[in-house]
Design a protein around this ligand. Structure first.
Ligand SMILES: Nc1nc2c(ncn2[C@@H]2O[C@H](COP(=O)(O)OP(=O)(O)O)[C@@H](O)[C@H]2O)c(=O)[nH]1
Ligand SMILES: [Mg+2]
Length: 365
């Protein structure tokens, strides 16, 4: 399954415009089997030059870049955590994603109604943050009685209860779960099981007016919440994507004429990777050289599960080489001969650029 990013924000901030631009990129997703999933789910390729280097060694039939799945989630309104509007549906869609891109309206347009009647990025970020926090607090309120019961039955469960209570305090003081100072890996796992919405990494996207894009990009934009937003004009990106589908050269000329080197979508793909703590590992065989997206810190069986759930369930080991070694030793045979092919087990934490071959036992029955 591809890594999935939910596009969230208030209504009329440019989410669907950005989504359409992302999924319209010419040539990228076209030959990918999962490119069209649902009307509001689309897959986008992540450019990576290392794929070509691996292909020069392996000579595969095809190269498949990492895909990031974007989900255009319905606009959120105040009270969503109580089920207002499309509230519940909205929140459950977010729960299924690995990370959030939050589109924030900076553009001014009398013809496009703002739900709160004025353009105010800080207020809007606050509104969404509050809804997500309240939804998480509701999740904890439901979980605590269950954890209490479990702790009474089995004292070993007490630490899970205490972790949840500490998280409740943290959220109650207005902090997102993402910034919670985990005391241990065990606590991280216990709290992960709650699937809190504010635990997901967020990338803020400032959707600005086309005519101020260049000037805003040349200055450092003001941080919203903990970090500065990625500046984009969703409308410009939509126009560029449409133009590029017909004539890539003309699209490039339009970019140049605005003094820009690359489209906002390419910046978004790279920034999303960086800010969301994502990385790639590779598989390289005669059929295909392929990049897969995982979060930093993921272990080998979970990485295998990105390829196929059976790989995770039946995981035995992963034959692993760093990208640099794979290139230096000219591929698998060279690595084996030099004793540089590592046999990694369940606890191995996958590193960016690892070239991996998973061994697994087929599912029983
Ligand atoms: N002026 C201007 N309008 C935009 C921009 N981005 C989106 N819009 C318009 O805002 C309206 C709502 O956009 P949409 O993408 O559907 O918003 P969503 O509700 O967040 O999905 C549409 O009429 C868009 O054309 C922009 O950068 N500038
Ligand atoms: Mg929309």
């Amino acid at each position: 399954m591809a890594l999935s990013i939910g596009i969230v924000g208030l209504p009329n901030v440019g989410k669907s415009t950005l989504f359409t631009a992302l999924t319209n990129q010419s040539g990228l997703a076209a030959n990918y089997p999962f490119a069209t999933i649902e009307p509001n789910v689309g897959a986008v390729a992540v450019p990576d030059a290392r794929l070509e280097e691996l292909a020069a060694i392996v000579h595969p039939q095809r190269i498949v870049p990492a895909m990031v799945e974007f989900v255009d989630i319905a606009g959120l309104v105040k009270g969503a955590h109580q089920g207002e509007g499309l509230g519940n549906q909205f929140l459950s869609r977010i729960r299924e994603t690995d990370a959030i891109v939050e589109v924030v309206r900076y553009f001014h347009d009398q013809d496009v109604r703002h739900v709160d009647a004025s353009v105010d990025p800080h207020r809007d970020v606050d509104t969404i943050n509050t809804e997500l926090l309240l939804a998480d607090l509701a999740t904890l309120e439901r979980a605590l009685p269950r954890l209490e019961k479990a702790a009474r039955r089995n004292r070993e469960q007490t630490s899970a209860l205490e972790a949840a209570a500490r998280m409740q305090d943290w959220l109650n003081t207005g902090h997102r779960a993402h910034t919670y100072p985990f005391a241990s890996a065990t606590e991280r796992e216990q709290l992960y099981d709650l699937h809190l919405l504010t635990a997901k990494p967020i990338l803020y996207v400032a959707n600005v007016d086309e005519d101020v894009l260049t000037s805003v990009l040349s200055t450092q934009p003001e941080p919203i919440c903990e970090k500065p937003p990625l500046v984009i004009s969703a409308r410009l990106e939509a126009d560029l994507a449409e133009l590029a589908a017909e004539s890539p050269d003309e699209a490039r000329e339009l970019l140049m004429s605005m003094g820009l080197r690359e489209s906002g979508l390419v910046r978004l793909a790279h920034e999303a990777y960086k800010l969301l703590g994502l990385q790639s590992f590779f598989t390289a065989g005669p059929l295909e050289v392929r990049a897969w997206t995982i979060a930093v810190g993921v272990k080998a069986p979970q990485a295998a599960g990105v390829i196929h759930s059976d790989f995770e369930k039946g995981f035995i080991k992963a034959e692993t080489a760093s990208f640099a070694d794979f290139v230096a030793y000219g591929g698998e045979a060279g690595l084996r001969a030099a004793g540089r092919l590592r046999q990694e087990g369940r606890d191995y934490i996958v590193r960016d650029g690892d070239v991996m071959h998973f061994k697994f036992s087929p599912r029983q029955g």
